[in-house]
Design a protein. Structure first.
Length: 356
């Protein structure tokens, strides 16, 4: 459980790698990544910023390099293989269950056939190990997209650093001190920018930021809705999501942004959303509806095994991405359980299954 402090937390400190030509490149790049991330983490700690996770994002590795990566990756680093075109279903299962993050990319119009293909892959991975399914995502955007958030992360082939923050509780604290919503975000964003300046100064690398409002358990985005008088599942939920996205956009203009930069509502990562699941208040289609204004409405959902139902959910997410004209991503964990049962997802804890 991550400790909630007064300062925002560096949720993801991500090293985006350059192009990898061979195994020597792979080995030297991992060594360089560990060195840079460790130096930056130590310096950030001195400034009072805690780093929750350190990550390495590759630019679509070949099958042979991914296989070698399985031997080289260490548990202190989360590693994404990037948007690889070479791997098949069996290898996706192998790589995700072995600890690597695998982003799949859908470009183009909605397709029920492609949606079924993705549903089948997700079911295969989750059947082998539900925790493996937490490392697999379907991204609906073009290949130039880059974010420090996993699993939907792939380097563009240039050595850079990416930063994402954990800051819902800090915004809530500022609201409780009497600030307006905009001023609460502005105060927190001044701290975020201090952290970014420190990262860039220490690393001497171009640093990109995904300013998305993202939860981790008790550091809950859903709590911000409740504190502001908008139930996330109530009639004002979509409006408040739009308002938060507008504030995030206004405060991050002119900064080296990358990725989503929107509200994120990953079901299994927000303790209040999980509580809604326990109470039977939440369905997958509720989160799908939220994705019209929230980037990650269909994220970390734990649902019953049902290839047809998940196919239709994925096809609907494809449609929202086309209409919204913004990048979105989907992550689902289908399990052989019924709504109300709890699935053990390791570090995420026991998460209640929700209906479609």
């Amino acid at each position: 459980m991550v400790e909630i402090s007064e300062k925002p937390i560096i949720r993801a400190l991500t090293y985006f790698t350059g192009r990898i030509r061979d195994i020597n490149d792979l080995e030297s790049t991992l060594f360089r990544a560990r060195e840079v991330l460790s130096i930056v983490e130590r310096a950030l700690n001195e400034f009072g910023f805690k780093v929750f996770t350190k990550r390495v994002s590759f630019p679509g590795l070949s099958r042979s390099l991914i296989t070698r990566l399985l031997d080289l990756a260490e548990s202190d680093l989360l590693v994404s293989i990037g948007y690889s075109r070479e791997i098949d279903d069996r290898e996706i299962v192998e790589f995700t269950t072995s600890g690597l993050y695998v982003p799949l990319l859908h470009i183009g119009e909605p397709s029920i056939d492609r949606a079924r293909y993705y549903s089948q892959i997700i079911h295969k991975v989750s059947s082998a190990n539900p925790i493996g399914a937490t490392r697999l995502s379907i991204g609906f955007h073009d290949e130039s997209f880059q974010t420090p958030y996993f699993p939907d992360s792939s380097s563009r082939g240039m050595e850079e650093l990416g930063v994402a923050f954990l800051y819902p509780k800090q915004v809530v604290n500022e609201l409780e001190r009497g600030k307006t919503l905009f001023d609460a975000f502005a105060h927190v964003f001044s701290e975020l920018k201090n952290a970014v300046e420190a990262v860039e100064s220490i690393s001497r690398l171009h640093t990109l930021v995904d300013y998305s409002l993202s939860p981790w358990m008790e550091n809950s985005v859903a709590e911000l809705y409740e504190k502001s008088g908008y139930g996330i599942l109530g009639p004002g939920g979509l409006y408040f999501t739009w308002l938060l996205n507008r504030i995030i956009n206004e405060l991050s203009v002119g900064v080296n942004r990358t990725g989503f930069n929107e509200v994120m509502l990953p079901y299994a990562e927000d303790s209040l959303l999980v509580n809604y699941g326990y109470k039977g208040l939440l369905r997958a289609r509720d989160l799908l509806a939220l994705s019209s204004t929230c980037v990650a409405g269909v994220d970390m959902i734990v649902v019953p095994e049902d290839i047809d139902a998940l196919t239709k959910l994925i096809a609907s997410a494809m449609s929202i991405a086309i209409v919204k004209q913004r990048p979105i991503s989907l992550r689902a964990i289908p399990v052989p359980m019924k709504p109300g049962d709890s699935a053990d997802l390791g570090r995420f804890g026991k998460i209640p299954v929700i209906p479609y």
